[in-house]
Design a protein around this ligand. Structure first.
Ligand code: C2O
Ligand code: CU
Ligand code: CU
Length: 544
């Protein structure tokens, strides 16, 4: 008997991998294609042998439909919350922002990795209730405009409502947002049905097939069942040819260290915000929540072979339990389809010029900290802090005033000082950044005196991280340095840990980009690329 609550009873690799449909525009508005995205509660078959599961989905699908946009062509999106007024999952009203006096169902969509004006960023307090009956203090509109001025890459959109992001995303509110460009097209990568987006998520089910999530906030939630594109342990039949796989870790807290079995090297070409400096051949992909990897895998000559994608990452990462026989399996690829035509795709040996930022451009270095405290109910409270001007690092809460306020279009280095025992995927809205290095330091000395004493040499980022990032692993006992240019829009943004239980439980801070946009920067889409080309050196692709 299959019991969705007991992974050992669930047959693996019996459902084909679903590919999310591409979203079509509903019309035009102000000269831009207008998309309409409704959030709906629906029933979906997550495994052949499960009863249908109630989920939340953009346009009634989990994961949501994929946006395919072109660089330089802005779009508008109207988001409609048509969810019921009671939450699908237990809301812990002791969590900041989720108090009982607020509507239980609140949503706001964030385009993760998007370089967008603050009013369209999906600020956690810009939430709105079903039917727009109520809205949070930062709400201005539910019609967003995405400029799409940035280079081609894998972005994703997901919910971001304060205090319940972990629940809204777990319920199903996430989808892909792919930016296309001419530079990408010229690479001749595998495309069409040979380009596969894969969002990996872990869930736990009740015996009746409904989603399980704890009543009370937990330090991290790890599911016992792995889903890809909304299917439990799916399989994909492939042809003996090259495929482009676009991985996204869309899990709340679980890291994945992925390898094919039998071993099959892949060529990674891209990361969160665009192409890597150069293609990297690798046999494993480490993905923290919200990180992406764009890879080419070559099944040429492998007729009849079966490859299982396995996970070896401990949870929590890196010091926790290794995955069990179930969470160590993700998806199976079977090379059983006949070749439908010649494979004219390429594995590029060079990639379009990517984000370049030089430490000597930095006008300022900020020290920010990752801390662990205990809340008034004795629960783990992960916090971010700022060294501020006092010189003493102080952990701060969501409600504390802004301490990080870079000036528009200036370059800064942030030293992310992790005093905790876990790796935290640190994400900044608005910007793409580069990881400069990681260096071990004396944690107790720092905690006691505020003095930063390094205990070893700095190491550069992995080759698979050497490109534009928006989420990076800040490892325990290390200072991870990032460099970013804080453009293109001034205003209120946030930075946070992307372990969603941490984000909801105050490991999130506002930051502000100060300045005003020059009129030239408000120019229209057809000139946008010139703007980017002449005002910064981070313009990646020479394209379009
Ligand atoms: Cu993907 Cu602020 O998040
Ligand atoms: Cu984001
Ligand atoms: Cu964290």
């Amino acid at each position: 008997m299959v019991n969705p609550a007991v992974p050992g009873t669930v047959p693996k690799f019996v459902d084909p991998l679903p590919i999310p449909e591409v979203l079509q525009p509903a019309g035009w508005e102000r000269g831009r294609p207008l998309f309409r995205v409704r959030m709906l509660q629906v029933q979906q078959q997550l495994h052949r042998d499960f009863p249908p599961t109630t989920v939340w989905g953009y346009e009634g699908r989990y994961p949501g439909p994929t946006f395919e946009v072109r660089r330089g062509r802005p779009i508008r999106v109207q988001y409609l919350n048509e969810l019921p007024s009671a939450h699908l999952l237990p809301v812990d009203t002791s969590v900041h922002g989720a108090e009982a006096f607020r509507p239980q169902v609140r949503t706001v969509v964030h385009l993760h990795g998007g370089n967008v004006p603050p009013e369209f960023d999906g600020h956690p307090e810009a939430w709105f209730a079903p039917g727009l009956a109520e809205a949070g203090p930062s709400f201005t509109t539910n019609v967003f405009e995405y400029p799409n001025r940035q280079p081609s890459t894998t972005l994703w959109y997901h919910d971001h409502a304060v205090g319940i992001t972990r629940l809204n995303v777990y319920a199903g509110l996430a989808g892909f947002y792919l930016i296309r460009s001419e530079a990408e097209r010229q690479l001749g990568l595998p495309s069409g049905s040979f380009e596969i987006p894969l969002v990996i998520q872990d869930r736990t089910f009740n015996s009746d097939g409904s989603l399980f999530y704890p009543q009370e906030i937990v330090p991290e939630f790890f599911g016992n069942t792995i889903l890809v594109n909304g299917k439990v342990w799916p399989f994909l039949n492939v042809e003996p040819r090259r495929y482009r796989l676009r991985f996204l870790n869309g899990s709340n807290a679980r890291f994945y260290d992925l390898q094919f079995e039998p071993v099959l090297p892949v060529v990674q070409i891209g990361v969160d915000g665009g192409f890597l400096r150069r293609p990297v051949s690798t046999t494993s992909l480490l993905l923290a929540p919200a990180e992406r990897a764009d890879v080419i895998v070559d099944f040429t000559g492998m007729e009849g072979a079966t490859f299982t994608l396995r996970n070896t990452a401990p949870a929590p990462y890196p010091g926790g339990e290794p995955p069990d026989e179930h969470t160590s399996e993700v998806i199976q690829f079977r090379v059983v389809l006949p070749l439908s035509g010649p494979d004219r795709s390429h594995i590029p040996s060079k990639l379009p010029r990517s984000l370049v930022l030089d430490p000597c451009q930095a006008v300022r270095t900020r020290d920010v900290t990752l801390n662990e405290r205990v809340d008034h109910q004795g629960r783990v409270l992960p916090l971010l802090g700022s060294r501020g001007l006092s010189g003493r690092p102080s952990p701060l809460r969501w409600g504390d005033s802004v301490t990080e306020a870079p000036r528009l279009n200036t370059v800064e280095i942030w030293r992310v000082i992790n005093t905790t025992e876990d790796s935290h995927p640190i994400h900044l809205h608005l910007v793409r950044f580069l990881i400069l290095d990681r260096q071990p330091f004396d944690v107790s000395r720092f905690v006691d005196t505020g003095e930063l004493v390094f205990t070893g040499p700095a190491s550069p980022p992995e080759a698979t991280e050497a490109g534009p990032k928006d989420t990076m692993r800040a490892n325990p006992g290390q200072v991870t340095r990032l460099i970013a240019r804080f453009g293109d829009y001034p205003g209120d943004f946030v930075w946070h840990c992307h372990i969603l239980e941490h984000e909801d439980h105050e490991m999130m801070r506002r930051y502000q980009v100060v300045g005003s946009r020059r009129p030239t920067e408000a120019r229209d889409d057809d000139e946008a690329e010139d703007v980017e080309e002449d005002n910064d050196d981070d313009d990646d692709d020479q394209e379009d």
